[in-house]
Write a protein that binds this ligand. Structure first.
Ligand code: ADP
Ligand code: MG
Length: 248
């Protein structure tokens, strides 16, 4: 069999899809532009690596389930003047806090951009190869509660370890009289110093006794969350309200 016929079969067998689609046009270009053999091969490999990185990014972005369109570039910092823009940009561009298993806690009233900021920072992490999962706290703890009843909570928690960043949106919607409050506490205890959490909350810590079963559990949960954490408080008018009023 001639090399021309064999090469695409070999590249397919080796699962080098990008090289398989590029070897032929690149070989023509190599002749025209006098590339060395090594240069030709290096060029093909580089394109294969780039394509794999792009595919990984796409996969991770899809898995993360971030709300769409919440980028840092579309966040209007003039609406939340108390925020330290440089610090937030650093959190979105620098993976140190994730590598150190630190948390990010975002507080503020409804509509001030907590979810938007959480998603934007997480997007920056995904671009840098970090795996993220965005979820509403109530939806996640309901799943954990079911796992608890089926005696497979440890395995379910271990699956979440795949994600270096777990976003618990609206933690305050969990109610202490619900069975889920225990699952939430176990999640926080499990992630402590082993993986980062981004938590958004409408209520300050002083009102977290409505989330956890008793004062001991409330204090223990807050202790674990804040031990290695950056706290962002957004003091602003509801963006939704301001912008709907402007449109009247
Ligand atoms: P929260 O989670 O604090 O309740 P959201 O992040 O859901 O608020 O924000 C409500 C809406 O307003 C979203 O569509 C969000 O994109 C937008 N928004 C909030 N704050 C800003 C801001 N500073 N710049 C641009 N859009 C914003
Ligand atoms: Mg929100």
């Amino acid at each position: 069999m001639r090399d021309f016929a064999k090469l695409p079969l070999f590249l397919k067998e080796l699962r080098l899809a990008t090289m398989k689609s590029l070897w032929e046009p690149f070989s023509k270009q190599a002749i025209e532009e006098n590339w060395s053999h090594v240069g030709y091969l290096a060029n093909l490999c580089e394109h294969e690596i780039q394509a794999r990185l792009q595919n990984k990014l796409k996969r991770n972005l899809k898995q993360a389930q971030l709300p769409a369109g919440k980028a840092l570039s579309t966040f209007d910092f003039s609406h939340a003047p108390n925020l330290n823009k440089a610090k937030i940009q650093d959190l979105a561009e620098n993976t140190t806090w994730v590598n150190n298993k630190e948390n990010l806690l975002i507080f503020g009233p409804s509509g001030v951009g907590k979810t938007h900021l959480a998603a934007a920072i997480a997007y920056g992490m995904i671009e840098r190869g970090i795996r993220v999962l965005f979820t509403s706290t109530t939806a996640l703890v309901q799943k954990l509660q079911v796992a608890r009843q089926q005696l497979c909570l440890p395995q379910t928690l271990a699956k979440l370890d795949l994600y270096q960043v777990l976003i618990l949106d609206d933690i305050g919607y969990v109610r202490k009289d619900g069975a889920e409050t225990h699952a939430l506490f176990e999640l926080i205890a499990h992630r402590y110093e082993s993986g980062s959490l981004i938590v958004t909350a409408n209520q300050p810590f002083s009102e977290w006794d409505s989330i956890f079963a008793d004062i001991t559990m409330t204090v223990a949960a807050i202790d674990r969350l804040v031990h290695h954490a950056t706290i962002i408080e957004i003091a602003a008018e509801s963006y939704r309200r301001t912008h709907s009023l402007q449109n009247i």
